[in-house]
Design a protein around this ligand. Structure first.
Ligand code: MLT
Length: 213
């Protein structure tokens, strides 16, 4: 296998070929096993590619370094987002899958947002659960044709409401089709995330996904 497949990861092949492939990105302290089940519930039969973040913070895997809670090391984030995009490309070749929809939670949602902004060709779209603005000066990329679902928590102690709203509007301003929800919950995932995510994936226009592949 190519050394670009240099993330510890799990891959579960599709059992329903028309289901969109998913790239599952865990939160801080998670690993490649964390979101596999969620991915299967969101989109039964989808291929699931699930890497483990390479940065270790107090023993906990993450996808990029930070200076403090919510204060990102943007130089590291840029390097890691590109590295993850290269991994996705290599994995698509190795496993023969189409362009994936990222499903990211927390730190995983933040790196998914960074990949969309820095390497937009990597993803067909994204479900961003508790995401925040990843870069202070996001590049003016063209995100037209990308579908994005954002689900935030009104009582999230980590992601201020305005920050999530800012991310939704900067993605829309770059042409992405963003559906954004704020729920009366905190940072942790809830049944409502699953319900919204599942409905959103079911409604995805297959031709848009095919065009993006
Ligand atoms: C991050 O560092 O990406 C965010 O603060 C979310 C988290 O706590 O991981």
């Amino acid at each position: 296998m190519s050394d670009k497949l240099a993330f510890i990861h799990r891959f579960e092949p599709a059992t329903r070929l028309e289901a969109p492939p998913l790239l599952l990105l865990h939160g801080t302290g998670g690993d490649e096993n964390d979101l596999l089940q969620l991915g299967g519930l969101l989109s039964p039969g989808s291929a699931r590619l699930s890497p483990r973040g390479k940065v270790i913070e107090n023993g906990m895997p993450r996808f990029f370094r930070r200076h403090a809670e919510g204060v990102f090391d943007e130089d590291d984030l840029r390097v890691r987002a590109n590295e993850l995009a290269d991994f996705v490309e290599a994995a698509r070749n190795a496993y023969g899958i189409g362009k994936p929809i990222a499903v990211g939670f927390s730190n995983g949602a933040n790196i998914a947002a960074a990949v969309l902004l820095l390497r937009p060709d990597t993803l067909a779209g994204a479900i961003l659960l508790r995401a925040m603005v990843p870069l202070a000066h996001p590049p003016k990329v063209d995100l037209s044709g990308k579908r994005i679902l954002m689900v935030s928590g009104d009582h999230d102690p980590i992601v201020p409401r305005e920050n999530a709203a800012q991310l939704a509007s900067l993605l829309s301003a770059r042409g992405a089709q963003v559906e954004s929800h704020s729920l009366p919950i905190g940072h942790q995932l809830s049944q409502a995330d699953l319900t919204l995510g599942r409905r959103w994936i079911e409604a995805l226009d297959r031709t848009t996904l095919e065009k993006a592949s």
